[in-house]
Design a binder for this molecule. Sequence first.
Ligand code: PBG
Length: 355
Amino acid sequence: MVKQSPVPVPLPTRPAAPAKPLESLGAYPRIRMRRNRADGWSRALMAENVLTAGDLIWPVFVHDKDGRAPIPSMPGVDRLGLGPLVEAAGEARALGIPAIAIFPATQPERKTEDGDEALNPDNLVCQAVRAIKKHYPDIGVMCDVALDPFTTHGHDGLVRDGVIVNDETVAVLCRQALVQAEAGCDIISPSDMMDGRVGAIRDTLDRAGYEHVRIMSYAAKYASAFYGPFRDAIGAVSNSKGNKRDKRSYQMDPANTDEALREVALDLAEGADMVMVKPGLPYLDVVRRVKDSFGVPTYAYMVSGEYAMLMAAGQNGWMDSDAAMMEALLGFKRAGADGVLTYYAVEAAKRIKAG
Ligand code: PBG
Protein backbone atom coordinates (compact mmCIF):
# COMPACT_ATOMS: atom_id res chain seq x y z
CA MET A 1 0.00 0.00 0.00
CA VAL A 2 1.19 3.48 -0.78
CA LYS A 3 2.14 5.27 2.37
CA GLN A 4 -0.05 8.32 2.92
CA SER A 5 1.84 11.53 3.30
CA PRO A 6 1.25 12.88 6.81
CA VAL A 7 0.98 16.46 5.60
CA PRO A 8 -0.66 17.79 2.44
CA VAL A 9 1.89 17.85 -0.32
CA PRO A 10 2.22 21.38 -1.69
CA LEU A 11 1.09 21.72 -5.28
CA PRO A 12 3.67 23.02 -7.73
CA THR A 13 4.10 26.75 -7.43
CA ARG A 14 2.66 29.12 -10.01
CA PRO A 15 3.59 28.63 -13.64
CA ALA A 16 6.77 30.36 -14.62
CA ALA A 17 6.70 33.39 -16.89
CA PRO A 18 5.53 32.63 -20.45
CA ALA A 19 8.24 31.11 -22.60
CA LYS A 20 7.89 33.72 -25.34
CA PRO A 21 8.76 37.29 -24.53
CA LEU A 22 5.61 39.37 -24.15
CA GLU A 23 6.62 41.58 -27.08
CA SER A 24 5.83 38.70 -29.40
CA LEU A 25 2.15 39.13 -28.57
CA GLY A 26 2.16 42.44 -30.36
CA ALA A 27 3.24 45.97 -29.87
CA TYR A 28 2.11 49.56 -30.01
CA PRO A 29 0.58 51.12 -32.07
CA ARG A 30 -1.50 48.09 -33.08
CA ILE A 31 -1.73 47.16 -29.44
CA ARG A 32 -3.23 49.89 -27.27
CA MET A 33 -3.87 48.70 -23.72
CA ARG A 34 -6.07 51.71 -23.06
CA ARG A 35 -8.76 50.55 -25.55
CA ASN A 36 -10.16 48.01 -23.11
CA ARG A 37 -9.98 50.44 -20.25
CA ALA A 38 -11.81 53.23 -22.05
CA ASP A 39 -15.39 52.49 -20.95
CA GLY A 40 -17.11 51.15 -17.89
CA TRP A 41 -18.69 48.25 -19.76
CA SER A 42 -15.41 46.98 -21.14
CA ARG A 43 -13.68 47.45 -17.79
CA ALA A 44 -16.43 45.28 -16.28
CA LEU A 45 -15.86 42.60 -18.91
CA MET A 46 -12.14 42.62 -18.28
CA ALA A 47 -12.27 42.43 -14.49
CA GLU A 48 -10.27 39.39 -13.40
CA ASN A 49 -11.33 39.51 -9.75
CA VAL A 50 -14.51 40.51 -8.04
CA LEU A 51 -15.40 41.26 -4.44
CA THR A 52 -18.83 40.16 -3.27
CA ALA A 53 -20.60 40.39 0.07
CA GLY A 54 -20.18 36.61 0.20
CA ASP A 55 -16.43 37.10 0.60
CA LEU A 56 -16.73 38.98 3.88
CA ILE A 57 -16.57 37.94 7.52
CA TRP A 58 -17.46 40.68 9.98
CA PRO A 59 -15.60 40.83 13.31
CA VAL A 60 -17.69 42.47 16.04
CA PHE A 61 -16.93 43.43 19.64
CA VAL A 62 -19.38 42.70 22.43
CA HIS A 63 -19.56 44.13 25.93
CA ASP A 64 -21.75 43.47 28.94
CA LYS A 65 -23.62 46.77 28.72
CA ASP A 66 -26.90 47.52 27.02
CA GLY A 67 -26.11 49.87 24.19
CA ARG A 68 -23.14 50.72 22.03
CA ALA A 69 -19.80 52.22 23.04
CA PRO A 70 -17.39 53.72 20.53
CA ILE A 71 -13.82 52.42 20.31
CA PRO A 72 -11.62 55.53 20.00
CA SER A 73 -8.83 53.88 18.02
CA MET A 74 -11.32 52.34 15.57
CA PRO A 75 -13.57 55.20 14.41
CA GLY A 76 -16.92 53.84 13.25
CA VAL A 77 -16.60 50.58 15.22
CA ASP A 78 -18.57 50.19 18.45
CA ARG A 79 -18.64 47.63 21.19
CA LEU A 80 -22.14 46.20 21.12
CA GLY A 81 -24.52 45.02 23.79
CA LEU A 82 -26.61 41.97 22.98
CA GLY A 83 -29.53 43.99 21.59
CA PRO A 84 -27.46 45.99 19.10
CA LEU A 85 -25.49 42.82 18.31
CA VAL A 86 -28.61 40.98 17.19
CA GLU A 87 -29.65 44.00 15.11
CA ALA A 88 -26.18 44.07 13.58
CA ALA A 89 -26.41 40.37 12.74
CA GLY A 90 -29.70 41.02 11.00
CA GLU A 91 -28.19 43.84 8.99
CA ALA A 92 -25.21 41.69 7.99
CA ARG A 93 -27.47 38.86 6.94
CA ALA A 94 -29.68 41.17 4.88
CA LEU A 95 -26.57 42.40 3.07
CA GLY A 96 -25.46 38.84 2.27
CA ILE A 97 -22.50 38.71 4.67
CA PRO A 98 -22.10 35.00 5.44
CA ALA A 99 -20.48 35.10 8.87
CA ILE A 100 -19.77 37.15 11.97
CA ALA A 101 -16.79 36.74 14.30
CA ILE A 102 -17.35 37.59 17.94
CA PHE A 103 -14.79 39.20 20.23
CA PRO A 104 -15.55 39.98 23.88
CA ALA A 105 -14.53 43.03 25.88
CA THR A 106 -14.45 41.04 29.10
CA GLN A 107 -15.28 42.90 32.29
CA PRO A 108 -11.94 43.63 34.04
CA GLU A 109 -13.15 42.06 37.28
CA ARG A 110 -13.68 38.77 35.42
CA LYS A 111 -10.13 38.59 34.15
CA THR A 112 -7.73 36.31 35.98
CA GLU A 113 -4.17 35.10 35.62
CA ASP A 114 -5.40 31.87 33.97
CA GLY A 115 -8.35 33.34 32.08
CA ASP A 116 -10.93 30.97 33.56
CA GLU A 117 -13.74 33.16 32.26
CA ALA A 118 -12.99 31.67 28.84
CA LEU A 119 -14.53 28.43 30.15
CA ASN A 120 -17.66 29.98 31.58
CA PRO A 121 -20.56 28.71 29.44
CA ASP A 122 -22.36 31.94 30.21
CA ASN A 123 -19.53 34.31 29.33
CA LEU A 124 -20.04 37.20 26.94
CA VAL A 125 -18.98 35.22 23.87
CA CYS A 126 -21.40 32.38 24.57
CA GLN A 127 -24.23 34.78 25.33
CA ALA A 128 -23.54 36.55 22.05
CA VAL A 129 -23.48 33.30 20.07
CA ARG A 130 -26.76 32.16 21.55
CA ALA A 131 -28.42 35.53 20.95
CA ILE A 132 -27.41 35.63 17.29
CA LYS A 133 -28.28 31.99 16.64
CA LYS A 134 -31.67 32.40 18.27
CA HIS A 135 -32.66 35.21 15.90
CA TYR A 136 -30.60 34.38 12.82
CA PRO A 137 -29.79 30.66 12.79
CA ASP A 138 -28.57 30.82 9.20
CA ILE A 139 -25.76 33.30 9.64
CA GLY A 140 -22.37 31.73 10.40
CA VAL A 141 -20.90 32.52 13.79
CA MET A 142 -17.21 32.29 14.41
CA CYS A 143 -15.38 32.43 17.76
CA ASP A 144 -11.74 32.99 18.56
CA VAL A 145 -10.01 30.40 20.69
CA ALA A 146 -7.29 32.11 22.73
CA LEU A 147 -7.07 33.36 26.28
CA ASP A 148 -6.07 37.00 25.78
CA PRO A 149 -9.56 38.54 26.25
CA PHE A 150 -9.76 36.78 29.61
CA THR A 151 -6.29 37.03 31.16
CA THR A 152 -4.97 39.87 33.32
CA HIS A 153 -1.63 39.72 31.51
CA GLY A 154 -3.14 39.76 28.02
CA HIS A 155 -1.27 36.74 26.70
CA ASP A 156 -3.02 34.15 24.57
CA GLY A 157 -1.89 31.30 26.78
CA LEU A 158 -1.06 30.40 30.37
CA VAL A 159 2.05 31.99 31.81
CA ARG A 160 4.25 29.94 34.14
CA ASP A 161 7.45 31.53 35.43
CA GLY A 162 7.32 34.08 32.65
CA VAL A 163 6.95 31.43 29.93
CA ILE A 164 3.81 31.01 27.82
CA VAL A 165 3.40 27.27 28.26
CA ASN A 166 2.20 25.27 25.28
CA ASP A 167 0.63 21.96 26.24
CA GLU A 168 -1.11 23.14 29.36
CA THR A 169 -2.58 25.99 27.32
CA VAL A 170 -3.77 23.62 24.61
CA ALA A 171 -5.73 21.62 27.20
CA VAL A 172 -7.53 24.81 28.26
CA LEU A 173 -8.14 25.89 24.65
CA CYS A 174 -9.87 22.55 23.98
CA ARG A 175 -12.27 23.25 26.82
CA GLN A 176 -12.81 26.81 25.56
CA ALA A 177 -13.60 25.49 22.07
CA LEU A 178 -16.06 23.00 23.52
CA VAL A 179 -17.88 25.66 25.54
CA GLN A 180 -18.22 27.77 22.39
CA ALA A 181 -19.43 24.83 20.29
CA GLU A 182 -22.03 24.05 22.96
CA ALA A 183 -23.25 27.66 22.73
CA GLY A 184 -23.84 27.14 18.98
CA CYS A 185 -20.66 28.45 17.38
CA ASP A 186 -20.23 27.27 13.78
CA ILE A 187 -16.55 28.03 13.25
CA ILE A 188 -13.94 27.58 15.94
CA SER A 189 -11.01 29.79 15.21
CA PRO A 190 -7.84 29.16 17.19
CA SER A 191 -5.86 32.40 17.19
CA ASP A 192 -3.36 31.51 19.88
CA MET A 193 -0.53 29.96 17.81
CA MET A 194 0.18 27.18 20.32
CA ASP A 195 1.63 24.05 18.72
CA GLY A 196 -0.75 21.14 18.24
CA ARG A 197 -3.89 23.01 19.15
CA VAL A 198 -5.81 22.36 15.96
CA GLY A 199 -5.54 18.58 16.25
CA ALA A 200 -6.35 18.61 19.96
CA ILE A 201 -9.39 20.83 19.42
CA ARG A 202 -10.58 18.70 16.49
CA ASP A 203 -10.41 15.54 18.63
CA THR A 204 -12.16 17.25 21.52
CA LEU A 205 -14.99 18.48 19.30
CA ASP A 206 -15.37 15.11 17.61
CA ARG A 207 -15.47 13.19 20.87
CA ALA A 208 -18.25 15.48 22.09
CA GLY A 209 -20.33 15.00 18.94
CA TYR A 210 -19.42 18.32 17.33
CA GLU A 211 -17.80 16.83 14.25
CA HIS A 212 -19.81 19.27 12.11
CA VAL A 213 -18.26 22.33 13.76
CA ARG A 214 -15.66 23.81 11.45
CA ILE A 215 -12.18 24.97 12.30
CA MET A 216 -10.64 28.02 10.68
CA SER A 217 -7.16 28.24 12.09
CA TYR A 218 -5.16 31.39 12.36
CA ALA A 219 -2.45 29.31 10.71
CA ALA A 220 0.03 32.04 9.83
CA LYS A 221 -0.43 34.66 12.49
CA TYR A 222 2.37 37.14 12.80
CA ALA A 223 3.54 39.05 15.88
CA SER A 224 2.30 42.39 14.65
CA ALA A 225 2.05 46.02 15.69
CA PHE A 226 -1.11 46.20 13.58
CA TYR A 227 -3.17 44.58 16.37
CA GLY A 228 -2.84 47.68 18.55
CA PRO A 229 -6.41 49.03 18.26
CA PHE A 230 -7.87 45.53 18.76
CA ARG A 231 -6.21 45.30 22.14
CA ASP A 232 -7.93 48.59 23.03
CA ALA A 233 -11.22 47.26 21.74
CA ILE A 234 -11.22 44.17 23.95
CA GLY A 235 -9.72 46.11 26.84
CA ALA A 236 -6.51 44.07 26.86
CA VAL A 237 -3.34 45.56 28.26
CA SER A 238 -2.48 48.89 26.75
CA ASN A 239 -1.04 48.98 23.28
CA SER A 240 1.00 52.03 24.04
CA LYS A 241 4.74 51.92 23.67
CA GLY A 242 6.55 50.50 26.65
CA ASN A 243 3.54 48.57 27.89
CA LYS A 244 2.86 46.23 25.02
CA ARG A 245 2.77 42.49 25.25
CA ASP A 246 5.55 40.70 23.49
CA LYS A 247 3.96 37.73 21.71
CA ARG A 248 7.00 36.82 19.64
CA SER A 249 7.56 33.50 21.41
CA TYR A 250 4.37 32.15 19.85
CA GLN A 251 3.28 34.42 16.98
CA MET A 252 5.35 34.39 13.81
CA ASP A 253 8.30 36.52 12.81
CA PRO A 254 7.30 38.99 10.04
CA ALA A 255 10.51 38.03 8.26
CA ASN A 256 9.28 34.55 7.32
CA THR A 257 7.11 32.93 4.66
CA ASP A 258 8.46 29.36 4.36
CA GLU A 259 7.61 29.01 8.02
CA ALA A 260 4.04 30.12 7.22
CA LEU A 261 3.70 27.27 4.72
CA ARG A 262 4.88 24.82 7.34
CA GLU A 263 2.37 26.19 9.86
CA VAL A 264 -0.41 25.87 7.29
CA ALA A 265 0.63 22.31 6.36
CA LEU A 266 0.57 21.29 10.02
CA ASP A 267 -2.83 22.85 10.69
CA LEU A 268 -4.30 21.14 7.62
CA ALA A 269 -2.83 17.82 8.66
CA GLU A 270 -4.35 18.31 12.11
CA GLY A 271 -7.79 18.87 10.62
CA ALA A 272 -8.25 22.57 9.89
CA ASP A 273 -11.06 23.13 7.37
CA MET A 274 -9.90 26.62 6.46
CA VAL A 275 -6.75 28.57 7.10
CA MET A 276 -6.10 32.22 7.72
CA VAL A 277 -3.23 34.63 7.26
CA LYS A 278 -3.04 37.60 9.60
CA PRO A 279 -2.51 40.58 9.37
CA GLY A 280 -3.64 41.18 5.80
CA LEU A 281 -2.23 43.93 3.65
CA PRO A 282 1.42 43.64 4.71
CA TYR A 283 1.21 39.85 4.18
CA LEU A 284 -0.47 39.45 0.78
CA ASP A 285 2.58 37.55 -0.45
CA VAL A 286 1.87 34.95 2.24
CA VAL A 287 -1.77 34.69 1.16
CA ARG A 288 -0.65 34.06 -2.41
CA ARG A 289 1.90 31.43 -1.43
CA VAL A 290 -0.55 29.61 0.82
CA LYS A 291 -3.26 29.56 -1.85
CA ASP A 292 -0.87 28.39 -4.55
CA SER A 293 0.77 25.78 -2.38
CA PHE A 294 -2.29 24.10 -0.89
CA GLY A 295 -5.37 25.16 -2.86
CA VAL A 296 -7.49 25.11 0.30
CA PRO A 297 -10.01 27.68 1.55
CA THR A 298 -7.75 30.57 2.49
CA TYR A 299 -8.73 33.73 4.35
CA ALA A 300 -7.00 36.91 5.35
CA TYR A 301 -7.68 39.14 8.32
CA MET A 302 -7.51 42.84 7.57
CA VAL A 303 -6.80 43.72 11.19
CA SER A 304 -7.66 46.62 13.45
CA GLY A 305 -4.52 48.62 12.67
CA GLU A 306 -5.15 48.35 8.95
CA TYR A 307 -8.68 49.62 9.47
CA ALA A 308 -7.44 52.41 11.76
CA MET A 309 -4.86 53.56 9.21
CA LEU A 310 -7.40 53.95 6.42
CA MET A 311 -9.94 55.59 8.68
CA ALA A 312 -7.44 58.04 10.13
CA ALA A 313 -6.25 59.11 6.70
CA GLY A 314 -9.85 59.47 5.54
CA GLN A 315 -10.83 61.52 8.59
CA ASN A 316 -7.91 63.84 7.98
CA GLY A 317 -9.05 64.34 4.42
CA TRP A 318 -5.80 62.82 3.19
CA MET A 319 -7.49 60.26 0.98
CA ASP A 320 -10.86 58.81 0.07
CA SER A 321 -10.99 56.02 2.64
CA ASP A 322 -14.10 54.41 1.11
CA ALA A 323 -12.38 54.00 -2.21
CA ALA A 324 -9.23 52.80 -0.44
CA MET A 325 -11.30 50.25 1.48
CA MET A 326 -12.73 48.75 -1.71
CA GLU A 327 -9.32 48.72 -3.37
CA ALA A 328 -7.70 47.03 -0.38
CA LEU A 329 -10.43 44.40 -0.14
CA LEU A 330 -10.15 43.59 -3.83
CA GLY A 331 -6.40 43.24 -3.28
CA PHE A 332 -7.09 40.30 -0.99
CA LYS A 333 -9.08 38.57 -3.73
CA ARG A 334 -6.32 39.26 -6.22
CA ALA A 335 -3.80 37.73 -3.82
CA GLY A 336 -5.85 34.52 -3.75
CA ALA A 337 -7.94 34.88 -0.61
CA ASP A 338 -11.35 33.23 -0.67
CA GLY A 339 -12.59 35.71 1.88
CA VAL A 340 -11.58 38.54 4.17
CA LEU A 341 -12.25 39.28 7.81
CA THR A 342 -12.80 43.01 7.93
CA TYR A 343 -14.32 45.65 10.18
CA TYR A 344 -15.44 47.20 6.89
CA ALA A 345 -17.70 44.26 6.05
CA VAL A 346 -20.98 46.16 6.36
CA GLU A 347 -19.70 49.33 4.65
CA ALA A 348 -18.21 47.30 1.82
CA ALA A 349 -21.32 45.17 1.40
CA LYS A 350 -23.42 48.35 1.20
CA ARG A 351 -21.13 49.76 -1.49
CA ILE A 352 -21.27 46.51 -3.43
CA LYS A 353 -25.06 46.47 -3.21
CA ALA A 354 -25.29 50.09 -4.37
CA GLY A 355 -23.22 49.06 -7.41
C1 PBG B 1 -6.40 37.18 19.94
C2 PBG B 1 -6.59 37.97 18.71
C3 PBG B 1 -5.94 39.16 18.32
C4 PBG B 1 -6.57 39.57 17.15
C5 PBG B 1 -7.54 38.62 16.83
N1 PBG B 1 -7.52 37.64 17.79
C6 PBG B 1 -4.90 39.98 19.00
C7 PBG B 1 -3.60 39.42 19.32
O1 PBG B 1 -3.24 38.32 18.92
O2 PBG B 1 -2.86 40.10 20.05
C8 PBG B 1 -6.26 40.83 16.40
C9 PBG B 1 -7.33 41.34 15.50
C10 PBG B 1 -7.16 42.75 15.05
O3 PBG B 1 -6.15 43.42 15.34
O4 PBG B 1 -8.07 43.23 14.36
N2 PBG B 1 -5.42 36.26 19.98
